[in-house]
Design a protein around this ligand. Structure first.
Ligand code: ATP
Ligand code: MG
Length: 409
């Protein structure tokens, strides 16, 4: 117990952390290009927010939430996703009063009590973005493009973008009836959860992961067939806009997404290799109202960072740096101060701080990926210069202490 992480969690370090940092740096760069600003919400929220915001019929709420009473007897829940918290923040801070649209993005951990499996953790991380204040499909296309641009900047490919439309409230009601008629004929063959959902929220049945349910559902009617004129226009315009943005996509009438709040557009980026969804999102025009704000058009996505990082080409190894060895006490002190000078100029450097012998110092520099190294001993102190070794070519260059910064800059 003492030396093991809790089930479904992991430590991230070593070469893995380099991939995480690269992913996060890329996310920040691309979000800035899309004029999205970062938001950091609390890691826990009032439980009601998720009941309302995620939906009582979802797997997340029914099975996966880390809910606890705090010492003041409040029911709190570790966030299982970001959108509800971001929507809460949008209302709480009256962001609708700012010029619309508002684009926000986030990166951080979420918590779901799930059965750990490949690509499924209890603490996992998401990058996502939300756009508030537009009903136009240009916002939907933009969010899809943001997710797609981040992935392509990370050299991740081999996924397909699946899009669908669930329609607005009226279309969904109409579709619910059509779907219920279909489900009724197959009710006894559905899993027990789907049998309940047939009554409470039939759309959820389409999202069931049970193999025998899936088999029945391949023949079900799809929401696209129940769209009214306005929703159809929205859906068609979305596709023209994606074409304009040169984004390849596939229409997949069976995508409904796991969370309850979606209206009209829904989409999933699916990894062809594993069949796992790496990014999911859609439009949720009713959520802000549902949580107590004014009616606000909104669309967003979330992508699982563990899943995308496992798809990144593993080219990163160690970060290059300058190693400063020392012989004798004067050299040791000088090594510390030279390292300080280099570091203050942003050059990655490390001096010996262990007090090793020179041979061991060189072995350390070699093993840890130094690209330059030099030793400061009595001769160097007298001559005010060092011999810098390029570890890749083994060539040496004499450089005076005064010129060190220039040499490495
Ligand atoms: P799934 O159908 O795989 O359970 P979901 O519908 O629950 O996904 P969302 O809530 O939409 O997923 O989350 C968006 C993304 O977050 C997913 O596509 C996935 O990449 C990632 N994700 C969700 N749950 C986990 C988890 N337990 N571990 C790792 N990544 C996850
Ligand atoms: Mg899930």
């Amino acid at each position: 117990m003492l030396t093991q992480t809790p089930r479904g969690t992991k430590d991230i370090f070593g070469t893995q952390i380099l991939l995480w940092q690269k992913a996060e740096d890329t996310i920040r760069k691309i979000c800035a290009a899309f004029c999205a600003e970062e938001i950091r919400t609390p890691m826990f929220e009032h439980t009601e927010l998720f009941l309302r915001g995620v939906g009582e019929e979802t797997d997340v709420v029914q099975k996966e939430m880390y809910t606890f009473l705090d010492k003041g007897n409040r029911s709190l829940t570790l966030r299982p996703e970001f959108t509800a918290g971001v929507a809460r923040a949008y209302i709480e801070h009256k962001l609708h009063a700012d010029p619309s649209p508002t684009r926000l993005y986030y990166v951080g951990p979420n918590f779901r009590y799930e059965r750990p499996a490949a690509g499924r953790m209890r603490q996992f991380h998401q990058f996502g973005a939300e756009c508030f204040g537009s009903y136009d499909p240009a916002a939907d296309a933009e969010m899809i493009s943001l997710a797609d641009t981040v992935l392509s900047e990370l050299n991740i490919n081999g996924y397909t973008i699946n899009i669908n439309s669930l329609g607005g409230t009226a279309c969904r009601a109409k579709y619910n009836e059509v779907l219920k008629t279909f489900l009724k004929e197959n009710l006894s063959a559905l899993c027990p959860v789907c049998q309940t959902r047939y009554e409470t929220n039939p759309l959820r049945v389409l999202d069931c992961k049970d193999e025998s349910c899936k088999e029945i559902l391949v023949n079900s009617p799809i929401p696209l067939d129940s769209l009214d004129t306005e929703c159809k226009l929205h859906w068609e315009k979305l596709q023209s806009l994606l074409d304009t943005l040169d984004i390849q996509y596939t229409v997949n009438g069976r995508i409904v997404r796991g969370l309850d709040y979606y209206t009209r557009t829904v989409f999933e980026f699916i990894d062809a290799d594993t069949g796992l969804t790496i990014c999911g999102g859609g439009r949720y025009d009713r959520l802000i109202e549902e949580c107590g704000g004014a009616a606000t058009g909104a669309v967003g996505f979330a992508m699982g960072l563990e899943r995308i990082i496992s798809m990144m080409p593993d080219a990163l190894t160690k970060r290059p740096y300058v190693y400063i060895g020392a012989i004798g006490e004067a050299g040791f002190y000088k090594a510390q101060s030279v390292a300080q000078t280099l570091r203050r100029s942003g050059i990655r450097a490390q001096p010996d701080i262990v007090g090793r012998g020179v041979k061991a110092q060189m072995r350390f520099a070699d093993k840890t990926g130094a690209i330059y190294s030099f030793i400061i001993g009595d001769d160097e102190m007298v001559n005010h210069q060092v011999k810098i070794k390029d570890m890749r070519t083994n060539s040496e260059t004499a450089v005076s202490f005064n010129e060190l910064l220039n040499f490495f800059s």
